[in-house]
Each structure stands twice: as C-alpha cells, then as structure tokens.
Design a protein around this ligand. Structure first.
Ligand code: CTP
Ligand code: MG
Length: 226
C-alpha cells in the first residue's frame, strides 16, 4: 500500500510560528509519531510526505533520525490541503493502484488502523476511517440561529486514513479542479462525483492535533501507551 501524508500546512489554529508538525510531542516532533505508525504498519510499503519547501530540511533530518526501512519521498505541497493531495497523487510511482491518505496532524493513528484500511480497500474503491459523533450537532445560520438538528445516529466524524483507487481519485481531483470545488477531505470529492465511500471504524484517540489543547491531550494519550 502507498501512503501519502499531507504535511504542508502552517498550523494557523495552533498559533505557533512554524508548521505544527514540527512541534515537540513527548520528546519527538509531531510528524515523527505519524511516521513511526506508518513504519510499523504491515501493509504500507511506500511513504510520500507532502510538505512546503521551508520545512524540507527539518522533515529530512527527522526522517533520517528515525531510520525508517520504508522508502520515503518528499513532494511539494500546495496552497490548500486539496492541492497538496493533488500534488501527492501526481507523484505516486507508476503502478500504484491504491493509496491511503493520512494527515500528518493525526499523529496518534495506530498501525492497526492503517492495516484495517488497507485490507478494506481490497473490496471497495473508497473508504474513510470515522467514528460516531458523541455530541448533538446543530446546523446554524449566519445570524446564529439554529436551522436544524440532524439525527445523531447517522452522523460520523470523518478521520484519516482515507483510502482510494488511485485512478478514480485522480479523476475526482481533476473534476474538482475544473469545477472549482473546495473540499476539506478527499472523500468529499469522491462523493461529489457520485462514487461510493465506505466507513471503516476509526479510533477515538485518532484526533487531529489542531489547537494547543489537542497537544496536551495527545501527550496524555501517548503517555498511557508507553
Ligand atoms: N495540509 C497540507 N497542505 C495544506 C494545508 C494543510 O498538506 N496547504 C495538511 C496539514 O499539514 C495537516 C492536514 O493537511 O497535516 C490537515 O490540515 P490542518 O489540520 O488544517 O493543518 P493546518 O492547515 O496546518 O492547520 P490550520 O488549518 O490551523 O492552519
Ligand atoms: Mg488547515
């Protein structure tokens, strides 16, 4: 299985001066935890890190320090996550039929989750890891008034990994670019193209480190594991 790691963001909501993936988490840069999980996965054979050139030196020295056995390729990121993944897809080796895409910021995903997704991708063209939402979700209009309350039993919180047939996802990205769709995950492109995306049971601990409190929670979870 081929793995693309979008890591080309700036971490605006974290409020730090550099890419949040370079922030330290329990003695290692955040991206190192993501890479170690990919390294430990039984199914991932190739890793593409999509980053901004300003971060390349740092990413390279992190990769070197981890002594990964799997081949790692560095890919130029774009202005949005969608563009970054688009670049990643173009950089996949010829012959790559399926791909998992996993946000660098989800540094607590386990190797088992990667493997569960790889396995499930053998019998479908699109999938995402997701978990049932715990909160009641409200749809709110611009004035701050609630419009509706969707039935919670049908709501799932999307995570990554997200896995796809490479040829189909490339087509969906092309379509998205032509039509100007702006999405925050790859499943949304698949859905807009009318293709089926399945759910794979995600992990409650697979949080996306986004704001400073997430760093504290992530550290707590990692301490429990070690
Ligand atoms: N990402 C990317 N290319 C971009 C923007 C984001 O590859 N142009 C990546 C991030 O590095 C992250 C993942 O997509 O691993 C999910 O994005 P998010 O959590 O939003 O990270 P940032 O965009 O860095 O954070 P923020 O939105 O707060 O600036
Ligand atoms: Mg972002």
């Amino acid at each position: 299985m081929y793995l693309l790691i979008p890591a080309a963001g700036s971490g605006r909501r974290m409020g730090s001066e550099r890419n949040k993936l370079l922030l330290e988490l329990l003695g290692k840069p955040l991206i190192a935890w993501t890479l170690l999980a990919a390294e430990a996965s039984q199914t991932i054979k190739w890793i593409g890190i999509i980053g901004q050139s300003i971060d390349w030196e740092d990413f390279k020295s992190i990769v070197e320090s981890l002594n990964l056995t799997k081949p790692v390729q560095f890919i130029q990121g774009g202005a949005t996550r969608q563009e970054s993944v688009y670049n990643g897809l173009q950089a996949l080796p010829i012959g790559a039929e399926s791909v998992l895409i996993h946000d660098g910021a989800r540094c607590l995903a386990t190797p088992e989750l990667f493997d569960r997704c790889s396995e499930a991708l053998q019998s479908c063209d699109g999938l995402i890891a997701a978990i049932p939402v715990k909160d009641t979700i409200k749809v709110v209009d611009a004035t701050g008034a609630i419009e509706s309350t969707p039935d919670r039993s049908r709501l799932w919180a999307a995570q990554t990994p997200q896995g796809f047939s490479v040829s189909l996802l490339k087509k969906c990205h092309e379509q998205g670019r032509q039509k100007g769709w702006e999405v925050t995950d790859d499943a949304a492109l698949f859905e807009q193209c009318g293709l089926l995306v399945r759910i794979v049971e995600g992990e409650e601990t697979n949080l996306k480190v986004t704001t400073p409190v997430d760093l504290a929670i992530a550290e707590f979870i990692l301490r429990q594991r070690s």
